[in-house]
Ligand binder design. Sequence first.
Ligand SMILES: [Zn+2]
Length: 448
Amino acid sequence: MSEKQISYQKCINPDCGAEFDNGQTLFKCPKCDELLDARYDWNKIEVPSKLSDFAKRWATRNNRLDFSGVWRFRELLNFCDDKYKVSIGEGQTILQKNDSVAKYVNMKPGCLFLEYEGLNPSGSFKDNGMTAAFSHAVMVGATSCACASTGNTSAAVALYAQSCGLKCTVFIGSGRIAFGKLSQAMDYGAQTIQIRGDFDDCMRQVQNVCIELGLYLLNSLNPFRLEGQKTIMYRIMEALGWEVPDWIVVPGGNLGNSSAFGKAFSELKELGLINKIPRLAIINATGADTLTDLVNNKKLTWNNGNVDQKIIDDFYADLTARNFSPHTCASAIEISRPVNLKKCLRAIEVCKGVVRAVTDEEILDAKALIGKHGLGCEPASAATIAGLKHLREEGIIGDSERVACVLTGHVLKDPDKTVNYHKNNDGIFSNPPIEAPNDLDAIIKLIK
Ligand SMILES: [Zn+2]
């Protein structure tokens, strides 16, 4: 890149630091294979002098970009012209104060908030990232796109692809199909290719196909997706009257959200728009706890960008040697090789983050509790409350600190888990249906 522009891509490896024009579709540094960031020259961007200025756009919601809960904050993710920006009205989410769930984790009333990202058009937080990534795809002139996923990503990709007229192909591994989650992609008109192999085979093939046919790849490495995901934090602060909470709690899977949140707060601090950075708690499932093991046991840190690669290599070599496959009921975080690991380590440093792992039983109980007292969520989202319970018991999080938990996906994303939990009556909040004879008196006796 010869001349520095308003926005550009930059390698996160401090020993490399290569910079690239946003017009390039890269996803990994071509020089050193590390992750790329979207970066900005803030001197050339007119950012509002205070965060509350963004709220003025509520008055001009007939402008599609002001209506979007992502593009309302467009100066903070200013990587493309407005004419390229794609929106389907994402980010109309709710931050709900929830005293009943607060009681479960032994917190004082008024302190616990649930950020309902399941209210996005495709039912998950992914829409925040896709509106940004698809804007980049339109800017670079992509006409076709692809992703490998059996979950929320495929639904969001398919929805945005049809909304901006891109052809879309979703790759899935045969025998690994979650048709419940894929149903959205099929309904939105995406072509679905079933590859005889597992998800890793699938991911490898989709990358090759994208290179061969020039398709735009919507995988988690896309730095522009993470730019959109920063806005989840802006909306939480907006709902709190532009105050910064004490803690953000988020599920840990591919670690895109935690990476984006750390970047969001670090930029806001640099811009002088906030005076403190909240702490971050990232919650793994015990069956997919790479981050927990690396951070808490192997003491892996960001270390100013000089991450100890040997610790990571040895860890993954051990997973391979054991033929390890992650397993949890929270399929959205069933990942043992998170692609955004290093960016997440950076976020942990910026936000003085902590990492914990919770069992499937704890996740499912927390999920039922959230459903009973809130808008409901998919299993991965409930890892936040299960993790918060641990952190409260350990005394890491105080009972009157202000905590926002990010509920990433809608309760209807994974109905099988909900049905089984209640029907099998095997959890502390199970609420099974009661069988009754076809007799009025008998039925009346059953009504509580
Ligand atoms: Zn590099």
